[in-house]
Design a protein around this ligand. Sequence first.
Ligand code: MRU
Length: 345
Amino acid sequence: MDYYTIRWSDGAVSLIDQRVLPHEVRYLRYDDYRALAQAITDMVVRGAPAIGAAGAYGMALAAGQSMAATADGVRQDLAVAAEVLRAARPTAVNLGWGVDRVWRCAQAATLSDGAAVRAAVLTEAHAIAEEDGRINRAMGRNALDLIPQGATIIHHCNTGTLATVEYGTALGVIRAAHEAGKNIHVLVDETRPRLQGARLTAWELQQLGIAHTVIVDGAAAHMMRTRKVDLCVVGCDRVAANGDTANKIGTYHLALAAHAHGIPFYVACPTSTIDFTLAHGDLIPIEERDPREVAVVAGTQLTPDGTAIGNPAFDVTPAGYIAAIITERGVARPPYVDSLAALRE
Ligand code: MRU
């Protein structure tokens, strides 16, 4: 595939603009961390692992923008940047995780001056970006036994290269199965309101040569009842210690429908998406986005003026509906309090 999600080049961050895909492929360049934070909020870049890497590179930009000569001076500027970047989107834990990882590495006592902190921060941001593809491929390998030959798979949102730095999480699992010759077919939830499935997942699957059919979100249960659907696999933005999982709005619906039809529902995520500080999913912050994302479609307002609109961007699927959580370290099964803790060790 000849596109990339995020790349560092010549002291700036380059992002594919996911708001205009698939009909326009354009890259935007950011050399200011505040502008990058805004790009995360506006979903120029989106998907939990991708915004984790973007947050880390945002810290590298902030270090470069700092005029301080001393290590502590750069750290002070980084502390401000970390707050701005973390606040760009609330639900995906990877954003804070990427920012914090870089922040921690900036604290090393051996960093004697501002230049040393700048170099260390950039090295750590590169490490986060580089390990992403390896982690996603490992997830794909770990999931192979879960995907039957000739499987029909329902997928929600976009979890491919565009949602990560490389390869994808749930779409990485699908991609690994395809590469292993499993002859799969993907039913792609269009994913209202931002249509990540219809616009981004369909675009990625087309380029990968993986058979797929886009369906409206409301069609998933009908497909399960009337056709052979073997499994669902989705990505996620935050998993609580008990396995409750926040992902794109509509995921919970899909999990309920899968449960009703006895179809296994899998979640794929890197271990960096597991938030062991939260005991259960009710503690996960859910982003509420601009009502216009729902009201306005392709530039035309569909709802009557003044209509009240709710636009939660994520929902939480209780762990009881999840058959397994696929990570780079292995496949966790219920009870997740124990199996996720074991993966952590
Ligand atoms: O609002 P988005 O598009 O950032 O939401 C993305 C998702 O919900 C993905 O399923 C999740 O981040 C996993 S991506 C590998």
